[in-house]
Design a protein around this ligand. Structure first.
Ligand code: TXA
Ligand code: MG
Length: 319
C-alpha cells in the first residue's frame, strides 16, 4: 500500500534509506530520491520506466546550496535564480563531480531549481542532500497534480507520497540553459517567457543536433493520455468529423455547449490562462478515465501560458 501523508519525519527517514518519496511542488508532483546516491536515483528510472538518456532535475532548498552541485554560475544565471526562485524555473548549469552521470544522463550540465511549496522547502532544508526528482508519472504519461494521481500511477510500488494538496501552477517548470552567455529556452513551462525576457533578454531556441536530445521534455510525443486526442481551432467541425463516437470536449471557457458529446469540460471559469494551466492535467486525467473514443481539445489563445498549454496539447495529441 502507498501511504499519503503530511508526515515530514517519515519522508526524511525513507529518503535517507535510499528509497523514493513523491513530493509536492507548485508545478507537478515529483518522484524524489537522494541526488547524491546513485543507488537511490536508479530506482527513479526503474519505477518510471524512464530511459537512462533522460536526465533529472535536482531540487535544492536555497541559493546558498547551489555551489554544492554547480560551478561557474554566471551573473546572468544568478540574476534569474534570484528573480524566480523559489519558483517554476529550472536552470541548466555546469555540474560539479558530486552529481553523478546517472542524474544528468552524461551531460556536463545539471538541471536545478528551488520549488515553491512550503512542505517540500521544509523537507529540503532538513535533509543533508538535494533531491533528484522528475515528474511522478510513468514515462510519457500525464504529470500528476495531486497525491491521488500519483497513487493511481504507482499504488503498491511506491511507499510514500508527501501530501501537499493540489499543485497551484499545474504545468512543469520552464527550463533555461545558456549559450555564449545568452539564455536558451529548452522547455516552455509555468514561468512565463515575457517575465523571463525582462531579465534575460530575448530567449534563444536550442540548436538541434542529430544525435542528442538535450531536453527530452521536448520529445514530440509526451504528456499523453491513453485516449486519442485531437487539438482544433473549431470544435464543432471536429465533432462532425467524428460523428457517432464517444467524445469528450476540452475547451478554454464554457462559451458553447455541444449536446451531441458525452462530456464537456472547460479549463477556466473566467478568462484566466493561469487557471486553465492549473486545471489542464487534472482535467485530462479525468477525461482519460472515462473510456472515451476521443478527446477533442480546443487551442488556447496564443499568448503567455496559452502557448505553454498548446505545447502540451500538441505533444499529447502526437502519435
Ligand atoms: O516542474 C518540474 O520541472 C517538475 C517538478 C517535479 O520539479 N519536474 C519535471 O521533471 O518536470 P521531468 O524529469 O519530468 O522533466 C525534466 C526535464 C526533462 O525533459 C529532462 O530532459 C530535462 O528536464 N533535463 C534535465 N536535466 C537536463 C540537462 N542537464 N540538460 C538538458 N535537459 C535536462
Ligand atoms: Mg516529466
Amino acid at each position: 500500500m502507498t501511504e499519503i501523508s503530511t508526515n515530514l519525519e517519515k519522508a526524511k527517514v525513507i529518503l535517507k534509506s535510499d528509497e523514493l518519496v513523491a513530493i509536492p511542488t507548485e508545478t507537478v508532483y515529483g518522484l524524489a530520491a537522494n541526488a547524491f546516491s546513485e543507488n537511490a536515483v536508479k530506482k527513479i528510472f526503474a519505477l518510471k520506466n524512464r530511459p537512462a538518456f533522460n536526465p533529472l532535475i535536482v531540487h535544492i532548498a536555497s541559493i546558498s546550496d547551489l555551489d554544492k552541485i554547480a560551478k561557474n554560475v554566471t551573473p546572468l544565471a544568478m540574476k534569474l535564480a534570484e528573480a524566480f526562485w523559489p519558483g517554476p524555473l529550472t536552470l541548466l548549469l555546469e555540474k560539479k563531480s558530486i552529481i553523478s552521470d546517472c542524474v544528468t544522463a552524461g551531460n556536463t550540465t545539471v538541471a536545478v531549481r528551488i520549488p515553491n511549496h512550503p512542505l517540500t522547502l521544509k523537507l529540503l532544508s532538513e535533509l543533508p542532500f538535494p533531491l533528484a526528482a522528475p515528474s511522478a508519472n510513468p514515462f510519457m504519461s500525464i504529470s500528476p497534480t495531486n497525491p491521488q494521481h500519483v497513487k493511481n500511477y504507482f499504488d503498491g510500488k511506491l511507499k510514500f507520497i508527501l501530501d501537499g494538496g493540489s499543485c497551484i501552477d499545474g504545468i512543469e517548470s520552464t527550463i533555461i540553459g545558456f549559450k555564449d552567455n545568452q539564455a536558451v529556452l529548452y522547455r516552455e513551462g509555468s514561468c512565463e517567457i515575457a517575465e523571463l525576457e525582462k531579465i534575460a533578454g530575448i530567449l534563444l531556441k536550442p540548436e538541434k543536433t542529430a544525435t542528442t536530445i538535450e531536453a527530452p521534455g521536448m520529445l514530440k510525443k509526451h504528456y499523453a493520455p491513453k485516449t486519442k486526442l485531437v487539438v482544433t481551432t473549431n470544435i464543432s467541425e471536429s465533432i462532425q468529423e467524428h460523428f457517432g463516437k464517444k467524445i469528450g470536449v476540452l475547451s478554454f471557457i464554457a462559451l458553447e455547449t455541444f449536446p451531441e458529446v458525452y462530456i464537456q469540460k472547460h479549463l477556466s471559469s473566467g478568462n484566466s490562462l493561469k487557471e486553465a494551466a492549473t486545471n489542464l492535467y487534472s482535467t485530462l486525467i479525468e477525461l482519460d478515465s472515462l473510456h472515451l473514443d476521443l478527446i477533442i481539445a480546443e487551442y488556447m489563445p496564443d499568448s503567455g501560458l496559452g502557448n505553454t498549454i498548446n505545447d502540451r496539447l500538441e505533444r499529447a495529441s502526437s502519435s
